[in-house]
Design a protein around this ligand. Structure first.
Ligand SMILES: C[S@@+](CC[C@H](N)C(=O)[O-])C[C@H]1O[C@@H](n2cnc3c(N)ncnc32)[C@H](O)[C@@H]1O
Length: 336
């Protein structure tokens, strides 16, 4: 998949580009209403959808037609049903559900992007709440956790496939591993491995609940702490994924050095993020980098070269850079 943008050389193309936020909001609203779950087993007419979702009815036909035009619904006679992608990824009780990302985008990123001008003028984050506030409120943290699950659900199998050095009977540590969704997938794919997750202590209850749901209690261990202040456990493979971009270059260097130091001799450090490669970099990755402008204090995406420089200074060797899924870059580093 490549980022596609409307033709910006014509007035019509510019207006389409200007209205692209409407497409995003149409998707976010459908997930907020849980429309795709409602239609999963039971395609419905406009009136049935109005009743099931308790909507007013005004605008509904246009809205449903917009979702058809966006490829999210299909219309069969007078009934609407989920298109294949929506049915696979946006039905809330499915294990492949990525709607946690969409919901959190609706509550956090969507309003923050409304303040992009302000962010560019001041350099200041625009969400009005920092991550410490997110972590303090279990309801908001739950939303964040589901957003991360939405991404790692897709990324996990790609990471497992991309790296061929999972050590039989060894250990893997996911630093900033959230509630263990990636670590859990790795241990399921390589049952001899012991999994470890290091994250803020407030993530502990979410981790315990998730491991029980995955049937992995006792096979993946949680280490609560602050990775800027507390020691990391050692492991054969250490992962740092979608973590460095939350921080400024100085803190990225510190954290990479600390993760490298936690790798056992002969082991590997895996770093992945929406790294900025090419001139100009991919649209999708620039968008995520600007997300970081809007939601973090100093964070941004960065080129793989920055990881190389900091890691080699810490005594690691670069093995390779490779694509991970559509947008991420994985840097594989080795410690001799
Ligand atoms: C953007 S998420 C990345 C989740 C996952 N690794 C992924 O690939 O998507 C960043 C994670 O780092 C954790 N985190 C942020 N600051 C932290 C800190 N100071 N110490 C430990 N964990 C932290 C967050 O709680 C969150 O789970």
């Amino acid at each position: 998949m490549t980022g596609t943008v409307p033709n910006a050389t014509t007035p019509a193309g510019l207006i389409r580009l200007c209205n692209a936020f409407c497409d995003a909001k149409a998707l976010i609203t459908a997930v907020e209403l849980d429309l795709f779950t409602v239609l999963h087993d039971d395609p419905a007419t406009e009136d049935q959808i109005r009743d099931r979702l308790r909507l007013h009815g005004r605008g509904l036909r246009d809205y449903l037609h917009l979702l058809v035009a966006l490829g999210l619904l299909e219309k069969d006679g007078d009934r609407y049903r989920n298109a294949a992608g929506a049915d696979q990824y946006l039905v809330s009780h499915q294990p492949t559900f990525i709607g946690g990302f969409v919901r959190r985008a609706g509550t956090n990123l969507y309003p923050a992007w409304g303040r992009l001008t302000e962010a560019l003028r001041t350099g200041a984050p625009q969400t009005g709440s920092d991550y410490e506030q997110v972590i303090r409120d279990p309801g908001v943290l739950g939303q964040f956790v589901r957003m991360m699950d939405g991404l790692t659900q897709v990324l996990g199998p790609q990471l497992i496939e991309a790296f061929d050095g999972w050590p039989a009977g060894g250990s893997v540590l996911d630093v900033g591993g959230c509630r263990g969704n990636i670590a859990g997938q790795i241990v399921k794919a390589h049952p001899g491995l012991t999994g470890h997750v290091f994250d803020l202590p407030q993530m502990g209850p979410f981790f315990t609940e998730h491991m029980a749901a995955l049937g992995l209690t006792g096979q993946v261990h949680f280490h609560g702490g602050n990775f800027f202040h507390d020691p990391l456990p050692e492991a054969d493979v250490v992962i740092l994924g979608h973590v460095l971009h939350d921080f400024d270059p100085g803190r990225r260097k510190f954290l990479l050095g600390k993760a490298g130091a936690a790798v056992k001799p002969g082991g590997s450090l895996l770093v992945y993020d929406r790294m900025l490669e090419g001139e100009p970099p991919q649209v999708e990755n620039l968008v995520i980098s600007l997300d970081m402008l809007l939601v973090s204090d100093g964070g941004s995406e960065y080129p793989a070269g920055e990881v190389h420089e900091n890691a080699t200074a810490g005594g690691l060797t670069v093995v390779e850079d490779r694509k991970l899924g559509d947008f991420d870059t994985l840097v594989v580093l080795r410690k001799d």
